[in-house]
Each structure stands twice: as structure tokens, then as C-alpha cells.
Design a protein around this ligand. Structure first.
Ligand code: GDP
Ligand code: IMO
Ligand code: MG
Length: 440
């Protein structure tokens, strides 16, 4: 099969290793495009001895010749972008308008969004979502309200920005005081000045990225769409309300990037060989015990964005199959398989029951998810360190059987197997993406 574009989607609750795979595949792509989420993402890319944690800047930034795009669907935080660009430049990464473009139509995370995120979570107390406090929910709420939104293009126009900030600040002051008893007013002039400065620094990169991408498609240039978060955190299809606020599945690509649905191309579903989740919400296969602790320690499961310990548990084939079907996943990349070395017995969840009755299908309603009992299938583990395996046949028989069982349960080929965080620790298996840098 000849493949043009590639879409990378997380099929669990985020942090599946998307950054590593985008980096691996982007060597043969002209564009890498973020289409959802914002600085709530934390994508790790390791190049040699250097480790990069990227939040807003797409993971193609470390490859020369790749144009990186922050699409219109992204919650664009100029403060984070500015810091991240500075940090990358200080490490010798060249960034300019030739390799980074920001959609003029992306909505801007303003200081009041981050404040609202914190105040709202504090008010919810025990019922909080456990957000990343990056202002994501409040930003997308204002986008939907329309009259309270600032777009990246507005950062380039003094009059427009000043008018918007003054008007919105008045609304926010009233709301914050009434809702949260927060009475410190927003200094509209100072905010306007600061964000106009961001506009000056980033202005050359702010453009109509949808038009750029549609031209690239016409010219036959390969695009990699880089998903953020994971499908179970999708605003519509995840474990609502314990989700993020954007469309993070492959269904979000066309509207979040400004391209036709056909541009999605080959969809690679990224999954951990087990499961992790940060923040609150249902997690049927969670192991809140020494197994979960062991997965956390072996997998270094601490948030890339917030440093929070991640909740860990067994692989959930029911949830992953649902997510794979939703995004029309063509193949899986099975990540962090090395973390499972040393477990005597591995468990895979193959079904959900509520009150002893099989659910049959996945049900994302949080109230149902909270009550499901998992049906597990057990598999023998392996002792060997697999971090140097280069091909499928280098893996112990039990590891190969585990990979094959996951493939069968999810109904997809496992294209790539990752056995360590580094570029070289990727085993091409049943991938359609040969010749796209996979495994290099
Ligand atoms: P993302 O948000 O999906 O890009 O994933 P994160 O970067 O937040 O978390 C994945 C973590 O796992 C990072 O620390 C990666 O360096 C690391 N990682 C990726 N693949 C592997 C792997 O196969 N084995 C191990 N041990 N670590 C991996
Ligand atoms: P990457 O791209 C893991 C989670 C938060 C919280 C919920 C809502 O690195 O996989 P938000 O700040 O978006 O309002 O938080 O979503 N969350 C993530 N968890 N990885 C992410 O991104 C996440 N982005 C958001 O922990 O539970
Ligand atoms: Mg992450």
C-alpha cells in the first residue's frame, strides 16, 4: 500500500509514546501538524543523549527539513510557545518561520483561562477532574462562546487586541468575583501589552496554516498529524466528564488542521503495553497496589507536563478496541513493552461486566465505567531484558505471544514495537509504513 499522510493517535488515556513515534516517522514527512489540545500535552523525544519534552511545538521540530504546524484546533498559549522556542534554541535547535507555523485561527490561552482552570478545580474539591491547569477547558469554553475568544491573528493587531482584552477582562472580573470570590481585577492594559509583545516575536509564524496544508496535499507532500492526549480523553467519545476539551481522535484531524477528511491517511494507534492515566476518572484495569507501583517505577510513569505520578494498570483490550474502531486505526504501535520484563504473570482485560452481566460493547459513560468488573485473560510473562531487541524474533516467546494476543484482541496488526525510549529501540513488525523512517 502506498501511503501519503500519517495520523498518530493515542488510544488510551494519553502518554502512550506518541512523541517518540512522530519523531521516528517524521524523518520522511514534510509537515508535522498538531490539531488538538495545547500545552496540556507533554511529548518526549530522545535524540542521542538529549531528551526533549515538547508541549506545544510539534515533535518534528528536531528533524531538519520538516515544517511544523500548530493548527487551528490547538489551544495556543503564546507564553508556553515563547518559552519552549527559547529553550529549544538554547539547545541548538533552529526555529523560524521556515520550520514553524502557527494558525492565525487558533484560539489563544489567556491568563484568565489558566486562573479559571485552577479556581474551578479548587472549587470542585474532591470532584475535580485533575486537569493539567493549563487553561484548556476554559479556553475551549470561550472558543465555543465565540464572543470571549482571542485568536492568534488578533495578537498582530493592536486595536483589535486592546478592544477584545478590555471587553473580556470586564466579563471575567465579574465572573471570577461572583463565582470564586476572586476579586483581584485583571490589568487589561498590561495583558494587552504582554500579548502584543508575543505577537511581535511570533508574528512571522502566524499564518493561514489550513491553506498551507491544503496546498501541500495538492503537491503530494507527506504530512504527519500528531495527536495529543488519548482517545479515552476525547471530549465526545472519552470517559466524560473526566476528559479533556478537544477532539483528540483521528476524527478531530480535518477540523483541527483545516484539511479534508481524506487527508488523514494511514492511522497509527499508539498504545502502551499496559495502561496509565493521570488525573481523576474511571480506569477499570487500574492496579492501585504493588503491581501498579511496579509498573510506575519500571516505566518511570510520572507526568511529562505536571510531574504527577501516573495511575497504572493492565492492558485494556476493550477500551483500546473501541478507540481503534473510532479512529479507523490501520495499525498499532505497541510501546514500552520492555517495562513488562520481570512480571511472572500478565493480565489483559478482554471484557467488562456490570452486576455479573457482560456489557458486550464498550460504554464510555463514567457512571457505568466506574462499576465495571474486568474479565481478565492471563498470560505468562518473561524475565529477559528486551531493550536491545532489533527484530521480532529477538523477543522471548512469551513476549511475542503477548504482542500477538493484543493484536488479535484489538483486531489490528502491530506495526511497530517499542522496547525503549530511544530512536533505535523500535522494532518494525507488521507495518505498512516501510520506507517512512519507521525503525530508523
Ligand atoms: P506522549 O505524550 O504520548 O508523547 O508520551 P510521553 O512522552 O508523555 O510519555 C511516554 C514516556 O515513555 C516518555 O518518557 C518516553 O521517553 C518513554 N518511552 C517511549 N517509548 C518507550 C519504550 O518503548 N520503553 C520505555 N521504557 N520508555 C518509552
Ligand atoms: P499527552 O499528549 C495524559 C488529562 C489530564 C486530566 C484531563 C483533563 O502528553 O498524551 P486538561 O488539562 O486537558 O483539561 O485535563 O486530561 N490530560 C492528559 N493526560 N497525557 C496528556 O497529553 C494529557 N492531556 C490532558 O491529566 O485528567
Ligand atoms: Mg505525554
Amino acid at each position: 500500500m502506498s501511503v501519503q499522510n500519517i495520523t498518530i493517535i493515542g488510544l488510551q488515556w494519553g502518554d502512550e509514546g506518541k512523541g517518540k513515534i512522530v519523531d521516528a516517522l517524521s524523518g520522511d514527512c514534510r509537515y508535522v501538524v498538531r490539531f488538538c489540545g495545547g500545552a496540556n500535552a507533554g511529548h518526549t523525544v530522545i535524540v542521542g543523549t538529549e531528551k526533549y519534552a515538547l508541549h506545544l511545538i510539534p515533535s518534528g521540530i528536531l528533524r531538519s527539513g520538516v515544517r511544523n504546524v500548530i493548527g487551528n484546533g490547538v489551544a495556543f498559549d503564546p507564553e508556553v510557545a515563547d518559552e519552549e522556542i527559547k529553550g529549544l534554541r538554547s539547545r541548538g535547535v533552529e526555529i523560524g518561520d521556515e520550520n514553524l507555523a502557527i494558525s492565525a485561527a487558533s484560539n489563544v490561552v489567556m491568563p484568565w483561562h489558566k486562573l479559571a482552570d485552577r479556581l474551578n478545580e479548587a472549587k470542585l474539591g474532591a470532584g475535580k477532574i485533575g486537569t493539567t491547569a493549563r487553561g484548556i477547558g476554559p479556553l475551549y469554553s470561550d472558543k465555543a462562546t465565540r464572543t470571549l475568544a482571542v485568536r492568534a491573528g488578533d495578537l498582530l493587531d493592536t486595536d483589535v487586541l486592546a478592544e477584545k482584552v478590555a471587553r473580556i477582562a470586564e466579563v471575567k472580573n465579574t465572573v471570577f468575583s461572583a463565582l470564586y470570590g476572586h476579586t483581584e481585577p485583571i490589568d487589561a492594559e498590561a495583558v494587552t501589552g504582554k500579548y502584543l509583545d508575543y505577537g511581535k516575536r511570533l508574528g512571522g509564524m502566524i499564518t493561514d496554516t489550513g491553506a498551507v496544508l491544503r496546498r501541500a496535499i495538492e503537491a503530494g507532500e507527506r504530512i504527519c498529524f500528531e495527536g495529543g492526549q488519548g482517545s479515552m480523553l476525547d471530549i465526545d467519545h472519552g470517559t466524560f466528564p473526566f476528559v479533556t476539551s478537544s477532539s483528540v481522535t483521528a476524527c478531530g484531524v480535518p477540523s483541527g488542521a483545516g484539511v479534508p477528511p481524506k487527508a488523514v491517511g494511514c492511522v497509527v494507534g499508539i498504545v502502551k503495553a499496559y495502561t496509565s492515566r493521570v488525573g481523576a476518572g474511571p480506569f477499570p484495569t487500574e492496579q492501585d497496589n504493588e503491581i501498579g507501583d511496579c509498573l510506575r517505577e519500571q516505566g518511570h510513569e510520572y507526568g511529562t507536563t505536571t510531574g504527577r505520578p501516573r495511575r497504572c494498570g493492565w492492558f485494556d483490550a476493550v477500551a483500546v478496541r473501541y478507540a481503534a474502531d473510532l479512529s479507523g486505526v490501520d495499525e498499532l504501535a505497541l510501546m514500552l513493552l520492555d517495562v513488562l520484563s520481570g512480571f511472572e504473570r500478565l493480565r489483559i482485560c478482554t471484557g467488562y461486566r456490570v452486576n455479573g452481566v457482560d456489557l458486550g460493547v464498550f460504554d464510555s459513560v463514567a457512571a457505568v465505567m466506574d462499576r465495571v468488573e474486568c474479565v481478565y485473560e492471563d498470560m505468562p510473562g518473561w524475565e529477559e531484558d528486551i531493550t536491545s531487541a532489533k527484530k521480532f524474533s529477538d523477543l522471548p516467546a512469551n513476549a511475542r505471544a503477548y504482542v500477538e494476543r493484543i493484536s488479535a484482541l484489538v483486531g489490528r496488526d502491530v506495526g511497530l514495537i517499542s522496547v525503549g525510549p530511544e530512536r533505535g529501540q523500535t522494532i518494525p513488525h507488521e507495518t505498512q509504513l516501510k520506507g517512512t523512517g519507521a525503525g530508523n
